[in-house]
Design a protein around this ligand. Structure first.
Ligand SMILES: Cc1cc2nc3c(=O)[nH]c(=O)nc-3n(C[C@H](O)[C@H](O)[C@H](O)COP(=O)(O)OP(=O)(O)OC[C@H]3O[C@@H](n4cnc5c(N)ncnc54)[C@H](O)[C@@H]3O)c2cc1C
Length: 392
């Protein structure tokens, strides 16, 4: 575990917490260790995060900084548009849910592990863009267009304009229905133990707070990369007090997630089919737009069986889709569901899909001890794994 910041003044100034991710990405491109890096850049405004495939080192500066309204998941982009890295080597900046989904696709042979480097960033949660703009207007009483930056620090969501900043406790916002996406509140992986490196600000204190990032190495690949950029960054080992602070914050975040999960899974005491029955009324809202399937990074078949419209199966033109439609989709992806929330995000009928699949997936985890989102040499965080029972 280390504390680091970039030696390049411009990268340091534009980076979220010292620009180490940007420095690493630039180095990987310049040295031709990868053919491209997949990051995120600002589209129309700060609420619009766009995946950006960078092949020229000079373009990397466009990707610095953290986009908290960046609700996108990088995995689908990689297997759908980059042929699962079959023909190119890439590095990708990834939140824990991006890394989870990428690892699931690696296990299913859809992304080639040797051709991808996962540069992970901690994530306390992302914000739904449209709702966040509304929240800024109604609760912060600011014009969303005036906002230059949003930041989550010490349990508060800080909204910054050129004239100053306003901070409100996230708990307070979430009690009133604002704040982070609901799947993020449930998420139990805040530090990307499933990536090659994990970078975040938790644990950086004193005069470096806000100017440097904590870097944790999770794989040999990650260590090799960090060694290579040694001359490009200012780096020192983290002190035990800093490590403790980082762990403490992570524990608080995870305990909040556990509370949320318990609430969400409440009443789902039976088997998987019982969960399904519990939400039948919700499924009856479905207008069969296929949005959930298109958005799901784990739904990857090219000729999808959900598309066949035999009369007893899914009669064309009729809504709602019969329960078997959802049951089929569930069987198709739920073992690998990473609670990334893409399905809920796009559902025009507001079916709480992510919550439903996460409930089912939780049963699979508990029954079989299967941990979606980890692959090969990555560490499973001890906070999630009972070493006695060998189950989550
Ligand atoms: C949505 C989000 C939430 C975060 N929450 C926390 C937190 O609660 N606690 C914590 O310790 N750290 C958090 N981080 C990590 C932190 O903000 C920094 O990214 C990290 O410290 C690295 O700093 P840096 O200056 O080296 O990054 P930079 O050099 O600025 O590089 C940041 C990289 O992240 C990429 N990126 C930006 N937005 C996204 C996105 N939405 N999805 C995927 N990649 C993205 C950029 O394209 C860039 O490659 C979060 C990051 C993100 C993206």
């Amino acid at each position: 575990m280390y504390i680091a910041y970039s030696n390049d003044n411009e990268i340091r100034a534009n980076g979220e917490y010292g620009g180490v991710v940007t420095t690493i990405m630039k180095h990987l491109l310049e040295e031709k260790i990868v053919d491209a890096v997949l990051c995120v850049k600002e589209g129309h405004d700060i609420y619009d995060a766009v995946p950006f495939l960078v092949t020229r080192p000079s373009d990397i500066s466009l990707t610095s900084g953290s986009m908290h309204c960046g609700t996108l998941n990088m995995a689908k982009f990689i297997y759908k548009y980059l042929n699962g890295c079959r023909d190119m080597k890439i590095a990708v900046s990834c939140k824990p849910c991006d890394a989870m989904t990428i690892n699931e696709l690696i296990k299913k042979g859809k992304i080639i592990k040797d051709n991808i480097i996962l540069i992970g960033v901690n994530c306390g949660g992302t914000l739904p863009p449209v709702k966040t703009m509304k929240m800024i207007e109604e609760i912060y009483e600011l014009n969303p267009k005036d906002v230059v930056k949003e930041e989550i620090s010490k349990g508060k969501l800080i909204i910054k304009t050129k004239d100053g900043e306003k901070a409100i406790a996230i708990d307070e916002l979430e009690e009133k229905g604002w704040g982070r996406r609901e799947n993020c509140r449930r998420c139990s992986l805040k530090i990307p133990y499933n990536a090659d490196l994990g970078l975040g600000n938790w644990g950086v204190t004193g005069e470096l707070a806000g100017k440097a990032t904590f870097v944790e190495v999770f794989t040999d690949k990650g260590q090799k990369i960090l060694d290579e950029v040694n001359d490009l960054i200012e780096i020192r080992k983290a002190e035990s007090e800093e490590i403790k602070i980082r762990q403490k914050i992570n524990e608080i975040m995870l305990s909040n997630s556990t509370e949320k999960k318990e609430k969400d899974y409440e009443g789902s005491t039976g088997d998987i089919i019982d969960v399904f029955h519990k939400y039948e009324d919700e499924f009856s809202k479905c207008m069969k737009c296929y949005g959930c399937r298109e958005a799901c990074p784990i739904c990857f078949c090219e000729e999808c069986c959900l598309e066949s419209e035999g009369p007893e199966w899914i009669p064309g033109g009729y809504t709602p889709a019969p329960p078997l439609f959802h049951l089929t989709r569930m069987v198709h992806m739920v073992d690998s569901c990473t609670n990334c929330g893409q399905c809920s995000e796009v559902c025009p009928c507001e079916i709480p899909l992510s919550k439903i699949w996460s409930t089912v997936n939780n049963k699979i985890r508990k029954t079989y001890g299967y941990v979606p989102g980890f692959a090969g040499e990555n560490r499973i965080p001890l906070t999630q794994y009972d070493t006695k029972t060998k189950k989550l």
